[in-house]
Design a protein around this ligand. Structure first.
Ligand SMILES: [Zn+2]
Length: 140
């Protein structure tokens, strides 16, 4: 059972086409281990600039176990019925990146911490979790 609540988005500078591009990774492990490929020119000469976090709809609404172990792809199991647990996870990710993830992120986490349902937050913020405004955006 997988719970893909959050997937990392990293911005890169491509040294081949001289553009800033964004890549959405399926997991943090992928982002660490796999080589980034420019969605614009296909080059691999990329320098990571910053990271963001995308909230995506979970693949399942059923909680399989109470385990908080990390699944093989590096994503933790999170009870999506517990918005506060999700908020803690997002805060932890934000701490690890050490970067300002923006007003949208703060608003979403704040609403989660207040116990609001993630799905209703997502529906009320159609921009959040969708493609960033960067020129070129790819999914790895
Ligand atoms: Zn490029």
């Amino acid at each position: 059972m997988r719970y893909n609540f959050a997937m990392p988005i990293y911005e890169y500078a491509c040294h081949d086409c001289k553009r800033r591009v964004s890549l959405l990774w399926r997991s943090f492990a992928d982002a660490q281990e796999r080589e980034a490929v420019c969605p614009r020119c296909g080059g691999t000469n990329l320098t990571r600039l910053m990271s963001r976090v995308a909230v995506v709809r979970s693949e399942s609404s059923r909680l399989d176990s109470a385990s908080d172990d990390f699944s093989p792809d590096g994503m933790p199991d999170i009870d999506e019925n517990d918005p506060k647990a999700l908020a803690r996870f997002m805060r932890k990710m934000a701490d690890e990146t050490g970067e300002d993830l923006g007003d949208d992120f703060e608003e979403v986490v704040g609403r989660l911490e207040a116990g609001e349902d993630p799905e209703s937050i997502e529906q009320s913020m159609p921009e959040f979790g969708s493609s960033p405004s960067s020129d070129d955006f790819g999914v790895m």
